[in-house]
Design a protein around this ligand. Sequence first.
Ligand code: BGC
Ligand code: ZN
Length: 382
Amino acid sequence: MKAIAVHPGTPDSIHLREIEKPKVTDVADGRGVLVKVLRVGVDGTDKEINAAEYGAAPEGDDYLVTGHESIGQVVEVGPNVPTTIRPGTIVVSSVRRPGSSIYGKIGLQDFTTDDVYYERGINLLHGYLTEYYVEDAQYVFPLPAALQEVGVLLEPTTVAEKGINHAYEIQRRLKVWEPQHACVLGSGTVGLLTALVARLRGLELTVFSLPQKPYRNAELVEQLGGVYFSSQDATLAEVSAERGPFDVILDATGFSPIVWEAAEVLGKNGVLVLASITGGERTATINSDKINQGFVLGNKVMVGTVNASPNDFRTGVDDLIKAEALFPGWLEQLLTTPIDGLESHDEMIRALTEDHEAIKVYVEIAQADEPASAPELAATAS
Ligand code: BGC
Ligand code: ZN
């Protein structure tokens, strides 16, 4: 079967190759799920992997099958797979797998302290840009058939979910936390999905990002009832004076100096969540005393977040369902740039690196077969 792969360490090595089709028995203890891949989204991580700035091949291979944002349909299951996952079920599999740290042992490998981590399509494990994959049922999350169109957005949504879920988890320190104002920095896919998740938690939404209006992503923020500001028209301090003080600020810009401006305007008892992976060497001059004093006198928190836990996948599925009910058609507008088939890997990389209007670039790999109907799923859900 076909797959899109790179030679990690060699820039621009993306290519199509033949790999062996996996079998459900490749996973031990009858827990294997064989999945036909329908769509795979790509993001900045894939860009960095093809630029040889990130990523590693599995041991014994000189190539890495890329792709970590997938949606697929179950073809076959082992005898010990829970009945919530049956042939026909629409599924998304998570990205990170346990290493040797205690957090992997308790199912929270997103909190690993290992230096080496295992992520499908990114580091040491092959990904989903292929025709079929097999996975242990514990890493496979079922979606209602109604999410078949937009479910490819689940993985990036889980990144947003983890950020927001942890903001609430951390704020349990306050006994009473009634956040009102959220500010999302950045309006790429993760910024927009974070804006959505914040809105679904009932927060007043402000989004601060570089591009000026008219801008499709700003319209998407407004469709959620949020207010969009361009950093070319206002400073974050001005935005905060108008819309804040912010109880929670989430950064998904990829521009690290903004973090220090955010730290400065964060409201008392507030939480600042950092989700940008910034591989560069940028430095910044910051108002160190002011930020420090604000954090001390205001009991503020700054926290980093990466990847997602099983709970974030579950709340992610719930929020995608809610989004379809409350903002019908909104998620679909994020799917701006379909790429036809695995053969079009060059076009995929071009869209990813050069099309600045694109929100989500994704590869269409196969059509779903008639999925199991909702009543059937309900009857088999345990
Ligand atoms: C992925 C995460 C992953 C992170 C670090 C992101 O692009 O969506 O699942 O943990 O990269 O490799
Ligand atoms: Zn990603």
